[in-house]
Design a protein around this ligand. Structure first.
Ligand SMILES: [Zn+2]
Length: 195
């Protein structure tokens, strides 16, 4: 594994830091763990049973609901451009989107559970612990990618480019970070979803 590889291992930084506040680790390695679990239920994983056999084990009703939801996410990412006229292929990245959306959901829910019956963590630099969890996620996913590399990624990689992987995912959780301007980094505007 190379130094810049964003890995799904349990190895240290950038996904885990013993010295960091809990929300920072929930937003990074917590999301990664949730992401990998959710792959078992994404557009491909959901077609295999618990022993890895190709098997239809969902009801038609559940599959239909899944497709409806998946189409919404696919369309969301088809609206994201890396440069004028060059868009993400929403269908290509669907499995990874499901992993990220589910991973963030699990990490956030786990963090909320961990806080039960405990005093609320203090705000730091004007940010709540929930906001810092989402910022940690964005920082762990975000990186600087040359445009030439991004052009290759949107054509061949089942992962979205870093910018949309970070911003497109947390957009689904706007309700939790609305009080801050962290959802609108300077110069970046996410397309508004139809639903
Ligand atoms: Zn993945």
């Amino acid at each position: 594994m190379t130094v810049p590889t964003s890995n799904a291992d349990y190895s240290p930084l950038p996904m885990f830091d013993l010295a960091a506040n809990d929300e920072v680790n929930y937003g990074a390695i917590g999301v990664v763990i949730g992401h990998e679990i959710i792959h078992g239920f994404d557009d491909q994983g959901s077609r295999f049973d618990e022993l890895g056999r190709l098997k239809k084990w969902w009801t038609d009703e559940d599959r239909k609901a899944f497709e409806t939801w998946a189409t919404c996410v696919v369309n969301q990412f088809y609206s994201y451009e890396i440069e004028p006229g060059v868009k993400q292929n929403g269908r290509l990245v669907l499995g990874e989107l499901i992993g990220d959306l589910g991973g963030v959901f699990i990490a956030y829910a786990a963090f909320m559970k961990a806080l039960e019956d405990k005093p609320r963590p203090k705000d730091i630099d004007g940010l709540t612990s929930e906001q810092r969890l989402f910022m940690s996620y964005a920082q762990s996913r975000g990186d600087s990618t040359r445009m030439e590399a991004q052009q290759l990624i949107v054509k061949t990689d089942p992962h979205p480019v870093a910018r949309w992987r970070a911003l497109g995912t947390v957009r689904k959780y706007n309700h939790s970070v609305r009080r801050s301007d962290v959802t609108k980094p300077r110069g970046i505007e996410s397309p508004v979803l139809s639903r």
